[in-house]
Ligand binder design. Structure first.
Ligand SMILES: CC(C)(COP(=O)(O)OP(=O)(O)OC[C@H]1O[C@@H](n2cnc3c(N)ncnc32)[C@H](O)[C@@H]1OP(=O)(O)O)[C@@H](O)C(=O)NCCC(=O)NCCS
Length: 169
């Protein structure tokens, strides 16, 4: 699969909503739609008004058609706006998704590798929240994230989620 990775722009916000829908695993919950993610304030804050100066993200597009197939992004969510993966005011939270038909071909790893190279100049660390049952945990561990002890919480669907953090130093 030949693809390019480029920075996300404000024009990519519609695709980011689709990616949020996948990243939150709402896409696997049956009758939920992208609009349900957009209307859920605790989820929408990961994407809404994409393009703040502290936002950073990348999109993978197919070389053949330019179609976007995956994205990874960081956002600083602090104060009243803290996200599920909040650890401190300097650490942005990561979100990532690849369209189902393009998974397990290395695109997620490629996106994270690209993001880490760019983010280490700007941020001391990157956190995230993941369901404990999500196989994405293996990907995160492979890329350098560590589970934060005692961070387990009950999530939106009644399962267990935990926080992970990657430190650059
Ligand atoms: C997580 C995700 C972005 C990985 O993208 P990808 O392009 O498939 O990733 P790669 O091909 O580079 O690597 C595959 C890795 O993903 C992991 N993985 C994540 N979800 C998986 C799934 N449903 N089935 C199998 N493997 C999965 C595998 O463990 C594998 O890691 P490994 O190589 O160490 O075994 C993609 O699976 C996805 O979009 N999942 C749904 C959204 C999601 O869960 N996002 C994270 C929320 S915390």
């Amino acid at each position: 699969m030949d693809y390019l990775i480029r920075p996300l722009t404000q024009e990519d916000e519609p695709f980011l909503w689709r990616m949020l829908y996948e990243a939150t695993q709402m896409a696997e919950e049956g009758d939920l739609t992208i609009e349900d993610a957009m209307n859920h304030p605790d989820l929408a804050k990961y994407v809404k008004n994409w393009g703040f100066p502290t936002d950073m993200g990348f999109v993978a597009t197919l070389l053949s058609t330019n179609q976007p197939v995956g994205a990874v992004w960081l956002r600083l969510l602090t104060g009243e706006n803290k996200g599920y993966g909040y650890v401190d005011d300097q650490t942005p939270e990561l979100a990532i998704a690849v369209l189902p038909e393009y998974r397990n071909q290395g695109i997620g790893t490629g996106l994270i590798t690209h993001l880490l190279a760019a983010a280490k100049a700007l941020y001391p660390s990157i956190s995230l929240s993941s369901r404990s049952s999500n196989p994405a945990l293996y990907l995160y561990k492979r890329c350098g994230w560590k589970i934060i002890d005692g961070s387990d919480t009950i999530n939106r669907v009644g399962g267990i989620s935990l926080k992970m953090k990657l430190d650059f130093d």
